[in-house]
Design a protein around this ligand. Structure first.
Ligand code: C2E
Ligand code: CA
Ligand code: CA
Length: 723
């Protein structure tokens, strides 16, 4: 081969792989430039023959390679090897992970003349892969295990517990007032996630936990997002021992903490669950600890609470209890939103329905669906209901005086069954008398179940209320079991057809037939019919054809503030003869403060985001995947996209990239939403020109203010760019 040496050398030296050629006896005869560099052996001088002078090969795990089985030896036996993964330690002592290919070399007559061995360095790739594995299972901010890894560790722990005598404890930890702390720190240092703070908290928690001691496994601390941590303690004696751990955790956080010149005192709420049953699954255990943690939070900062079976069925308890509802009422955390009821004949607002809202100082806006049932259960709905009516009367009196001429605006108030058990007519009569409102403009919405429950009582109370001059509406009609024939016995004025039937209009034959039948019979009984939850123009057209009197729903307007309703009424009064579509368009415009596309694969997150944003008047659409988000953005043209990073299919970052690549979306602001406080994600978000970055869980109020600010900032950007 001598005449080819120069050519072979040139080719060899281009590659960054290490290449060596040996003779039939395994003596090295040629090495390339990369191999020269790796070994420090001068290829120009006579080469040492034995491979051992070049480096030491071992298996990746460090174990020795059996004689005659390394790739070179195999090639010399006529074998071809590919992608054998080995570790190679060079003379300098550096250890690299390599994949090795080897091949026997034959001459023209087929005689073996040696072998070629090529080492490809994959050390960096392996490291990157390891890093990815680590990232997928750890919190990027604190480096602690994340929830997924914690579940695996807990599963292992439970398996071990089968042979241990002790119990297994899971503790859920949540830092008190973290949002406030992060804001305060952010104001000082511009670091708006409180990263430094969380890292310090994680360090303290870790220091307070048990390390390996004898045969007992160490405690495992996981950082599951934001200011939320969980701990697994194996082989715990009993509940009291678990409480001791909670106290130790509390004490570790207690020492004053100084960050960016700010002295902070930190407390946390801890939820504890302890089990002796090693066959339990990790997930429910974690949820139990979290339920107990929420219970502790309700009791106040710095508490710990042990999970008890009685907490299991009480989802609502997490959100509110009787005393927090009482407090909310006393502190003025309730307010009333109004949703217009439209006449289908004139396309004018003929009434409004009052819908109660609770702006919780920490949890943000809470849906009535989440606290009315509890208020009913505890009976405090009686006081809340009276407050709502007072509030509504005060607002309605203003509307009456503000609107010259025309029909009076009807106001509808929801009434719970429980209120019927109190002296409703007397209370309501008093409030209405004081307020100066015309009782003929007040309508009470009651549910079918209420009138079904105790018919005699209901009839008596309804008669009293009617004698005050009020009118009565049956809410959610069709969802209960009452027939119209039955309802004939009650003094009613209006039926509200439940949204589920309206949704089926034109799509579901049965729903359409029911609406048509109800309409006919209700009119025969001289009842006004209102369709609720109307969301599309198509539904409006169908309802009109069926002879429905009024409609209410997102198609016209969302529940909104008194100011918005005022503006709407003034606008309508000014409007002369305007075509219906034009009117609908103007309604849509006057109500428009912005369109938001919420993209998240979690139903809960989407619901929370939607309700928070819709409550302040945004028009909200939802997408559960990246692909849907891209399609919807094209048609819906949102002012802002609230975008989750972790989506099935294409990721939130991909969506961000796609949107930013299309000039049609240049005015669309993007708020990235993520479960992790990873600085790298934040950098990524901003490098993709996202307008803001939020970590879940978020408070509704925070979301609204971030989205509003993002839209405003992007607007300003363009105002400056193109005056
Ligand atoms: P409801 O009386 O059936 O009120 C209608 C609900 O449907 C409201 O939900 C409203 O925001 C929502 N809605 C209106 N139009 C549409 C639409 O086009 N699409 C969809 N998807 N929803 C629409 P909200 O405000 O969350 O109230 C929920 C329930 O809470 C009410 O149902 C009512 O039963 C109860 N509630 C609200 N305020 C009060 C109150 O002051 N007292 C009592 N006792 N109950 C109340
Ligand atoms: Ca209602
Ligand atoms: Ca209803």
């Amino acid at each position: 081969m001598p005449q080819n040496t120069a050519f072979v050398r040139a080719a060899f030296d281009i590659t960054r792989d290490l290449v060596a050629i040996c003779d039939p006896y395994g003596r090295i005869t040629l090495i390339n430039h990369a191999m020269e560099q790796f070994t420090g052996i001068d290829a120009g001088a006579p080469l040492p023959g034995p491979w051992s002078s070049y480096g030491e090969m071992s298996h990746v795990d460090g174990s020795a390679i059996a004689d005659g089985t390394d790739p070179m030896a195999r090639a010399l036996r006529g074998e071809t090897t590919r992608d054998v993964e080995l570790a190679l330690v060079g003379r300098s002592g550096q250890r690299r992970t390599m994949t090795v290919d080897s091949e026997p070399l034959f001459d023209a007559s087929g005689e073996l003349i040696g072998a070629i061995v090529v080492w490809h360095d994959i050390t960096d790739r392996r490291r990157a892969e390891d890093r990815l594995v680590f990232q997928a299972s750890h919190n990027p901010l604190t480096g602690l295990p994340n929830r997924a890894l914690f579940v695996t560790v807990t599963q292992d722990g439970l398996t071990r517990a089968q042979s241990l005598r002790g119990s297994t404890a899971v503790l859920a930890i949540n830092i008190d007032h973290f949002a406030d702390i992060a804001t305060r720190l952010g104001d000082r240092s511009g670091d708006h996630s409180g990263d430094t703070f969380l890292i310090e908290v994680a360090r303290r928690l870790e220091a307070s936990l048990r390390r390996v001691s004898g045969s007992r496994p160490p405690d495992t601390l996981a950082h599951v997002g934001g200011d939320h941590f969980i701990v697994l303690c194996e082989d715990v004696a009993d509940v009291n021992a678990a409480k001791m751990i909670a106290r130790r955790i509390a004490a570790s956080l207690g020492a004053p903490l100084s960050i960016s010149g700010e002295e902070l005192s930190v407390t946390a709420c801890v939820g504890i669950t302890v089990t002796r049953d090693a066959r339990r699954d990790p997930e429910p255990l974690i949820r139990e600890a979290e339920t107990a943690m929420h219970r502790a939070e309700q009791r106040g900062a710095g508490r710990h609470e042990v999970f008890s079976g009685e907490m299991r069925s009480q989802r609502l308890v997490r959100i509110a209890n009787e005393s927090s509802l009482r407090q909310a009422l006393a502190r003025g955390e309730f307010y009333v939103a109004y949703q217009p009821k439209m006449s289908l004949a004139t396309d004018r607002t003929v009434g409004v329905e009052a819908l109660l809202r609770w702006m919780h100082p920490e949890r943000g806006l809470i849906s009535p669906l989440d606290f009315i049932p509890l208020a009913e259960e505890s009976g405090i709905i009686v006081q809340i209901g009276a407050w709502v009516l007072e509030q509504v009367c005060r607002d309605a009196v203003r509307w009456r005086t503000a609107l010259p001429g025309g029909q009076p605006l009807m106001v509808a108030v929801n009434v719970s069954p429980r209120q019927f058990e109190s002296d409703l007519a007397e209370t309501f009569g008093g409030i209405i008398g004081h307020s100066g409102i015309d009782p003929a403009t007040v309508c009470l919405e009651v549910t079918e179940s209420m009138v079904m429950h105790d018919a005699e009582l209901a009839i008596a109370t309804l008669r009293q209320l009617k004698s005050l001059g009020l009118s009565i509406s049956v809410d959610d009609f069709g969802t209960g079991f009452s027939s119209l024939a039955y309802l004939k016995r009650f003094p009613l004025d209006e039926l509200k057809i439940d949204k589920s039937f309206v949704d089926g209009l034109g799509r579901d034959f049965e729903a359409t037939a029911i609406v048509a039948a109800v309409m006919g019979m209700a009119h025969a009984l001289d009842l006004r019919v209102v369709a609720e939850g109307v969301e599309t123009a198509d539904q409006v057209v169908r309802l009109r054809i069926l002879g429905c009197d009024e409609a209410q729903g997102f198609f016209y307007a969302r529940p909104s503030s008194i100011a918005d309703i005022d503006a709407r009424l003034v606008g309508e009064a000014r409007m002369q003869v305007v075509g219906r579509t034009e009117l609908a368009r103007r309604h849509a415009e006057s109500a428009h403060i912005g369109k938001i596309l919420v993209v998240d694969d979690s139903d809960d997150v989407r619901r929370l985001a939607r309700s928070s944003l819709a409550a302040v008047g945004f028009e909200v659409r939802e997408a559960a995947s990246g692909e849907d988000a891209v399609t919807m953005a094209r048609h819906f043209k949102p002012d802002c996209v609230v975008l989750d990073v972790n989506l099935p299919g294409i990721s939130g970052f991909d969506v961000c990239r796609i949107l930013r690549d299309d000039a049609a979306n240049e005015r669309t602001s993007i708020v990235i939403l993520t479960g992790d406080v990873a600085p790298s994600e934040k950098v990524m978000a901003f490098s993709l020109e996202a307008d803001d970055y939020m970590v879940k869980p978020f408070s509704p109020r925070d979301l609204v203010s971030r989205v509003t600010a993002a839209i405003r900032r992007r607007g300003e950007l363009f105002a400056h760019a193109r005056p």
